[in-house]
Design a protein around this ligand. Sequence first.
Ligand code: TRP
Length: 368
Amino acid sequence: MAEKNIILTGDRPTGRLHLGHYVGSLMRRVELQDSGTFDEINILIADDQALTDNADNPGKIRDNIVNVVLDYLSVGIDPSKTTICVQSALPALHALTFYYLNLVTTSRLSRNPTVKAEIQMRGFAEEGLPAGFFTYPVSQAADITAFDANVVPVGEDQLPMIEQTREIVEKFNRTYGETLVVPHAMIPENETQRRLPGVDGKAKMSKSLGNCIYLSDDAKTVRKQVNGKMFTDPLHLRIEDPGHIEGNVVFTYLDALCTDGHFAEYLPDYANLDEMKEHYRRGGLGDGTCKKFLINVLEEALRPIRAERAKWEADIGSVYDILREGTARAVETTNATLARVRKAMRIDYFEDRSIVKEWEALLRQAKQ
Ligand code: TRP
């Protein structure tokens, strides 16, 4: 196997992508794409995985495929550099999943902390646990290995999936000979990128909590989320009161997004974020000023994304073609891996007729 640098990452198409996705993964993906250090970059729209807990609502998945692709294209994922593909259209992934299921135990699967938490959250503990959902980490191992990915950029919550994949790869290679690439997770660099809180400061952004800023939100909606909902410092009652930075969502978002250039442009009283924080701590800097600055910073990030999105929205036919062509490429890639896997497992019966000779010899031997 040639040593290549290959990225695979993916998302479940269950909703539009938001600022948490942007800060936690999309910005990084664009950087990696443009770094030129990777031989291949693949992004998988994991619709099959999304179905493992949305079996009764395939329409939701179908509708969100286009939303997610639009989000990718608007942030700068470039289809001439990055392959965007749809999981359900890659039959090799289904076959690989079925073989890998034999290499894991149910007790190992039930120890996966992310799946455990998701089972609680979705009420599967009471309602009954779909076997497909329980085993989705195995299907994710199929995703990763099918692309021969050695680098998998993901959120921290996905570390158990990469760990599970490595175990499957090691077991496979031990059992059937060196065939699969051992993947490594690449997680966001700092705490803010790892878990950008929702505007309410309570938890990560989530649709059901209404605490998101979506990449597709218009300027008015963004302003409303910041001015109307954003959690600051409940002890900072009057402007002169000393303020707290920790847990103050305005500053968390500024940590994630603002540069010294933003100060020069919108808030020249300070040279940088440290000076601004210092003033806030001391007292005398009001939340209104901070929020106004944040809105400017957010708008500077979101404006070009919105403009790019509008272009693609006016040409959904091209979006469809990008997805179709990316998926066709991925069919080739993943089929090649499946062929290698079948050969290693010696279940490649119909590759050529050599097995006829093998069977004949076997029968001759049995008669002797
Ligand atoms: N489980 C991932 C998530 O929920 C999505 C995903 C599916 C994925 N297959 C993948 C991520 C392969 C990385 C690699 O975000």
